[in-house]
Design a protein around this ligand. Structure first.
Ligand SMILES: *[C@@H]1O[C@H](CO)[C@@H](O)[C@H](O)[C@H]1NC(C)=O
Ligand SMILES: *[C@@H]1O[C@H](CO)[C@@H](O)[C@H](O)[C@H]1NC(C)=O
Ligand SMILES: *[C@@H]1O[C@H](CO)[C@@H](O)[C@H](O)[C@H]1NC(C)=O
Ligand SMILES: *[C@@H]1O[C@H](CO)[C@@H](O)[C@H](O)[C@H]1NC(C)=O
Ligand SMILES: *[C@@H]1O[C@H](CO)[C@@H](O)[C@H](O)[C@H]1NC(C)=O
Ligand SMILES: *[C@@H]1O[C@H](CO)[C@@H](O)[C@H](O)[C@H]1NC(C)=O
Ligand SMILES: *[C@@H]1O[C@H](CO)[C@@H](O)[C@H](O)[C@H]1NC(C)=O
Length: 440
């Protein structure tokens, strides 16, 4: 017995030694790799890459599409790029990714952007936006991007004429799950289960109880969310300005199905495009076409690789019972999504047969650019040269384009505004008494 323990003890030592050697070896390999990467820029710097030099650009796909669309010459469309837009940025609908695209467009085209005051990041959200929530400007406003509650009358009063209203929605059940996690609701509402779909299940089963705890005054760690505000009930419709009783004392049409239908119809008239997060690539291509922008304009950066679609496929789903319960709780959002899921496909249908080819083409371009931008240390100073296609003249994507895609642009837009109109950097100079004080 004692002998066995001794042998085991001895064996442990041998194993420890082997592990040590292995660790040293791995560290060595790692060091060599890192120094290889660090020195790589000199080797690859200034290279002119074809998309096929990066993973995943498959020209064979193109022969499937037929020569006409892909290798055919660029057919310029008879339209002028639209440079006036208001993007209604609702929470947890890939709006940060889309916001990045729109901020870059604004930055590159030197647009006049509606910017939050001082160091704020929202335009009054989730309260109704007022003139106190944005920096004044002597220039006509071209772009509104940051979080604001939609009010067409108010927004049209200061945006350039012919402003295109844009937004993106997400299937309300998935949106609900994502929102609970993002706003740390399980912890703040003291839900007895904290993780995974069991926590969501527990929350839905006792939703009134947990909502009350979450919304109570002085709840900790709610950061930008004010007292009495629900993040689980009709958040998308509230963001689109539907009168749903927040802030308290304002009209609430939640239970008036006819008024809800009318409001959705009015939105449909006022918005040029309502995109869908589940069809992110299709949404961007539709955006590009309706705004008469270029393919380069709609390239985007996601910090964690993988399309929203493939991530959605891996994400745990609400059980049918929980979804049904949430649908009763948040019925207005389901009506909203269902309507714009139809109009989205109607708009796609009007685009003609090459639309889906362009989406496939855009995916390849985006894949090459993602691979390039994620390995920017290796490709510093290089560029990808994309050939002419049916939808686009030739264009280049350089490492400085990657920087524009990854940099936080809101501070840069504010900086540019402060250089041009320093008198408004500190607006409002005196504290104004107001009904609601947005937190962020
Ligand atoms: C942007 O536009 C403003 C107003 O037209 C102009 O004064 C400014 O120089 C421009 N800035 C850049 C970087 O083009
Ligand atoms: C929308 O804006 C208009 C004009 O500023 C204002 O009169 C109205 O009260 C606003 N509506 C809401 C719901 O805040
Ligand atoms: C928009 O057009 C209307 C009438 O066409 C005009 O009165 C108004 O001044 C214009 N607004 C801006 C910001 O150009
Ligand atoms: C959280 O819930 C537990 C029971 O699940 C209870 O014992 C505890 O007092 C609650 N904490 C707060 C802050 O409500
Ligand atoms: C609006 O009305 C609905 C249904 O009566 C209710 O559940 C909801 O809490 C109300 N909204 C607010 C913000 O009070
Ligand atoms: C959206 O519309 C598509 C096409 O009609 C349909 O297949 C899909 O089930 C709809 N999604 C939802 C969540 O309603
Ligand atoms: C792309 O870069 C190449 C090499 O610098 C240049 O010759 C070409 O004109 C660029 N194309 C565009 C569309 O800017």
């Amino acid at each position: 017995m004692a002998y066995r323990r001794l042998v085991q003890h001895h064996q442990t030592h041998v194993w420890q030694f082997v592990c040590l050697l292995l660790s040293l070896y791995l560290l060595g390999v790692l060091y060599l790799n890192v120094s290889y990467l660090v020195h790589q820029p000199q080797r690859a710097g200034g290279r002119r890459l074809s998309p096929a030099d990066l993973v995943g650009f498959d020209y064979r796909l193109y022969s499937l599409f037929g020569e006409d669309f892909i290798l055919g010459r660029y057919r310029p469309r008879d339209c002028k790029p639209r440079k006036n837009f208001a993007f209604i940025k609702c929470m947890k609908c890939a709006t940060e990714t889309l916001g990045g695209v729109l901020r870059r467009y604004s930055y590159v085209h030197n647009l006049s952007v509606v910017l939050p005051v001082k160091d704020k990041i929202y335009l009054g959200w989730p309260f109704p936006m007022t003139p106190l929530d944005h920096r004044p400007s002597g220039r006509e406003y071209n772009a509104l991007i940051e979080h604001a509650i939609y009010n067409g009358t108010f927004m049209r009063s200061f945006m350039a004429n012919g402003t295109a209203f844009l937004t993106i929605l997400r299937e309300p059940g998935d949106h609900f799950v994502s929102t609970l996690n993002y706003f740390n609701v399980f912890e703040i509402a003291n839900v007895s289960v904290r993780h995974g779909m069991e926590a969501v299940h527990e929350y839905i089963r006792n939703i009134e109880k947990y909502e009350t705890i979450y919304k109570r005054p002085a709840a900790e760690k709610r950061y930008c969310i004010p007292d009495g505000f629900s993040v689980s009930k009709n958040l998308l419709s509230q963001c689109l300005g539907m009168p749903l009783g927040f802030p308290s004392g304002t009209p609430n049409i939640t239970d008036n199905a006819r008024a809800v239908r009318q409001y959705i119809k009015a939105l449909d008239k006022e918005f040029l495009l309502v995109m869908l997060m589940e069809y992110f690539d299709e949404s961007l291509v539709l955006l590009r076409r309706l705004m008469c922008w270029t393919i380069k304009d709609i390239l985007f950066h996601v910090s964690n690789v993988g399309s929203y679609r493939s991530k959605a496929a891996r994400r745990p789903q609400l059980s049918p019972d929980d979804r049904a319960a949430h649908k009763r709780w948040s019925s207005v959002d389901y009506a909203l999504y269902s309507h714009f899921n139809k109009t989205f496909w109607n708009k796609v249908g009007l685009q003609g047969p090459d639309f889906h080819y362009e989406v496939a083409h855009f995916r390849q371009v985006q894949k090459a650019v993602t691979s390039f931008c994620l390995n920017i240390a290796k490709y510093a100073g290089s560029q990808i040269e994309f050939p002419e296609s049916f939808w686009s003249p030739p264009f280049n994507v350089s490492s400085s384009d990657c920087q524009l895609m990854t940099a936080p642009l809101l501070p840069l837009l504010k900086k540019r505004h402060e250089e041009l109109e320093p008198q408004y950097a500190n607006y409002p100079k005196v504290k104004v008494k107001r009904n609601y004080q947005p937190l962020c």
